[in-house]
Design a protein. Structure first.
Length: 119
């Protein structure tokens, strides 16, 4: 089970930090990631992190502004979002999978957390 939290309303240029807590055994056996879905749009990849955190990937739209990290001792991943833009407004979902780093193919998905960026 994956539980995302940390969303909210923020002004453009502001920051938010999302968390995703996983109720799984051997959390380090799972690659993790974030996707988002804006109203009327398809879900899109945001960021991914490998099993032990040595590899991270970002979409071009968030690269340099967002940072994904994980704390395997706490079974949690994070998404630090800085310099937020109105176009970052979306529901953010976390995902997990034992075998792939491709977020769209991950097997397990959590609830979403709403991020709204006002201009």
């Amino acid at each position: 089970q994956l539980q995302a939290s940390g969303g909210g309303l923020v002004q453009a240029g502001g920051s938010l930090k999302l968390s995703c807590a996983a109720s799984v055994h051997t959390f380090s056996s799972y690659a993790m990631g974030w996707s988002r879905q804006a109203p009327g749009k398809e879900r899109e990849f945001v960021a991914a992190i490998s099993w032990r955190g040595g590899t991270t990937q970002y979409s071009d739209s968030v690269k340099g502004r967002f940072t994904i990290s994980r704390d395997n001792a706490k079974n949690t991943i994070y998404l630090q979002m800085n310099s937020l833009k109105p176009e970052d407004t979306a529901v953010y979902y976390c995902a997990a999978d034992r075998h792939t780093l491709v977020v769209s193919r991950m097997e397990y998905w959590g609830n979403g957390t709403q991020v709204t960026v006002s201009s």
